[in-house]
Write a protein of this length. Sequence first.
Length: 314
Amino acid sequence: MQVAVIISSVLGLPVLQALAAQGAVTSVAVPECGQEECDQLAQAALGLGLPVRRLRRAGLGPALTAWLQPLAPAAVLVLTFPWRIPAAVLDLPTHGFLNFHFAALPGYRGPEPLFWQIRNGETAGAVSVHRMTADFDTGPILLAEPVPIGPGDTHGLHRAHLAGRAVPAAQRLLASLAGTAPPLTPTCQDATLARYWPRATLADVCVHWPEPAAAIERLVRAANPWNRGALTTLRGQPLRLLGVTPHPAAATGPVPPGTVLHADTAAGVWVACGAGEALRLDMVALEEGYFTGAQLVALGVGAGEMLGTTPVPG
């Protein structure tokens, strides 16, 4: 049994490589979206000896039909894709279009759920495989593989864990479709538990110092590395937080959130947050480079300075 694969993110590359090694992939389609990542994926597929079809948003339905009809794959595996698949083509393969959604469904629908799961303090994400329907992320779930989110996991680390867990999930899926493993029972999503999460905006990645330290620490991990960290300001200039350590009760006396409480080369830089808590700045990024808290002190950052909120255009 062979499948066709649509891919637009390196998140799905381990699955493509594993299935290609099994001889299970007949062809690969990659969007023509002007992103370097898509060009790299097309080259990777060619390097695996697979024919590649480039897709454009305009005329997507006829292009998919022209691609799939001669191939007659048992299914199309979608390893992320930026555009809606036209409903008219979803039933062309015997087993339909099967989407690998790299988050738990139905609670984390949307194009960038990884950020929100870490930001919200979830302890696990998932590789969820569902049959695609006309609406985004709504079809019956065939397989859901939980993937823990560790207390120190960044966005990048969780992506790597998801990419690894997707490989055995894909192999199990294909074995089931081929009849060499027990069949998978589709489960309808509970619409009452569904929530759609949009892509994070500038406002979503800005630090609000009145928040508790743990909430800011989750934001920092959720924005590392894809946004080069969470955004704040130092002396009116952008400062990106890449690593921080919360402290439950470090503030002494009433000070405004965002105030630098302590700054020395031994203890680093500690900043007041909400609820009398504080954060130690472990790793930050300035226009001049990446620095530890101790290096910030050496650059002249001292107690009493204020970190601010990045202005967001109205």
